[in-house]
Write a protein that binds this ligand. Structure first.
Ligand SMILES: NC(=O)c1ccc[n+]([C@@H]2O[C@H](COP(=O)([O-])OP(=O)(O)OC[C@H]3O[C@@H](n4cnc5c(N)ncnc54)[C@H](OP(=O)(O)O)[C@@H]3O)[C@@H](O)[C@H]2O)c1
Length: 394
């Protein structure tokens, strides 16, 4: 099943980390720092965090760097005169094609990660995929490029499902149980949510993550994006993907088989575990964090998600079922709405209003090309921005 050799001391796996200054990127570099014999970082990219990427380049002795923003690239080039610093999205994409890269960790945020996902897979390179949005918008265009064993999910739920399926015949898997923490507002009503602030929404009970995914977790859009991600990764119909709220986040997801057996993946709520597995598979290395102590957990709870309060989840599931370009429009609208909420331009419950507003006027097309995805992404962002302006003016 695995077309790639496993790294051993003396033959480290060579990794390009895209989005190295973000939450996933920094944790990936921590895994690398803990396993210097097994992991060699060969390329890094960020958007504007010059200070941090300069320090990372020095710590890991990295020669190939790329910055999304041109002013940041110029600043970085002065800081690290011995490294090559590329500029813009093309340069980020070029890192995926470097000769000495064995695996690309795509930890960019948003649909901006699509191009790197596509170029990695087109080049026949291994991809450790944290950037769920590239699967949400690229769908079958992305999965059709992935040769067996060449794309490993990093998202904790999908890493869990992937591991539950190892050694199984996928035809025997009858259902995926996708677990959700419920986010910081579990149990609240729609009225309660009207006045919550970005600061409230950023306080996730179980995970420390970047700002966009934290807001997506609070609206439950994140679980909708993950259902679409699971649909594409595991070829599972939406009717067979069940979302279950499990506030302890101890079970990272489960697979139910045709004989009624259920295999669950459990562990500490720390992304370094799935990040490391994406690099180490099919082997496992020493635990990057303290393993979970079950005697301290007490109980595990399960409940249905509240789709009336957390409308983003219902919208995303419907967009996934509609398929074609609908998830592209939905994702773009959500990115614009989340950015506007983070800047206090709109309220929390306006996020789903903006997404619905964009989908109301979107004309679904069959998914045909990456260029079409980029075009619809751009148009949907414009449409979302005009709704944000109307909402913020009232
Ligand atoms: N964080 C988690 O625990 C977690 C868990 C599961 C899945 N994920 C997924 O992993 C991905 C990354 O999430 P995150 O929380 O790590 O995000 P994050 O903390 O916001 O980091 C995003 C990274 O991407 C860079 N970046 C942003 N826009 C860019 C652009 N246009 N061009 C080039 N680089 C750009 C950022 O650089 P700057 O620092 O310069 O802005 C940063 O390095 C997301 O798709 C998320 O859904 C995250």
């Amino acid at each position: 099943m695995h077309a790639h050799p496993t790294p051993t001391p003396g033959h480290p796996i060579r990794v390009a980390v895209l989005g190295s200054t973000g939450s996933i990127g920094r944790q990936a570099l921590d895994v690398a720092a803990q396993n210097p014999d097994l992991v060699k970082i060969v390329a890094l990219s960020a958007n504007s965090s010059v200070d941090l990427i300069a320090r990372q380049a020095e710590q890991f002795d990295v020669q190939h760097l790329a910055m999304g923003r041109s002013d940041s690239a110029a600043e970085l080039a002065l800081r690290v005169p011995d490294s090559h610093v590329g500029v813009g999205a093309d340069a980020v994409e070029e890192l995926t094609l470097l000769d000495d890269v064995d695996i690309v960790l795509n930890a960019l945020v948003g649909a901006a990660g699509l191009r790197a996902t596509v170029s990695t897979l087109r080049a026949g390179r291994r991809l450790a995929l944290a950037n769920k949005e590239s699967l949400v918008v690229g769908g079958e265009l992305v999965t059709s490029l992935a040769k067996p064993g060449m794309m490993t999910p990093v998202d904790s739920e999908h890493s869990a499902i992937y591991q539950c399926l190892l050694g199984e015949d996928p035809r025997d898997a009858s259902r995926i149980w996708l677990t959700a923490s419920g986010g910081p507002f579990r149990g609240r009503t729609r009225d309660d949510l009207a006045s919550v602030t970005a600061q409230d929404a950023l306080k996730h009970p179980n995970w420390v993550m970047g700002p966009k995914i934290s807001i997506d977790s609070a609206t439950l859009m994140n679980k909708g994006l993950e259902a679409i991600e699971a649909h594409h990764l595991f070829g599972m119909d939406y009717d067979r993907i069940r979302i279950v709220v499990h506030p302890q986040s101890c079970i990272h997801s489960m697979v139910e088989f045709s004989d009624g057996s259920v295999i669950a993946h459990l562990g500490a709520t720390d992304m370094r575990i799935p990040i490391q597995f994406a690099l180490s598979e099919p082997r496992r290395w020493s635990a990057p964090v303290e393993p979970v102590d079950f005697t301290t957990i007490g109980q595990l709870d399960f409940e249905n998600p509240d789709l009336d309060t957390f409308k983003c989840l219902a919208i995303a599931l419907q967009a996934g079922r509609d398929g074609g370009t609908t998830p592209v429009a939905m994702n773009a609208a959500n990115e614009v709405a989340v950015a506007a909420f983070l800047k206090d331009r709109i309220g929390f419950t306006d996020v789903d209003r903006v997404v619905s507003g964009v989908l109301d006027v979107h004309k679904r097309e069959v998914l045909e090309s990456i260029e079409q995805v980029e075009e619809i992404d751009m148009r949907s962002r414009e449409s979302a921005e005009s709704i944000v302006e109307q909402v913020s003016a009232t």
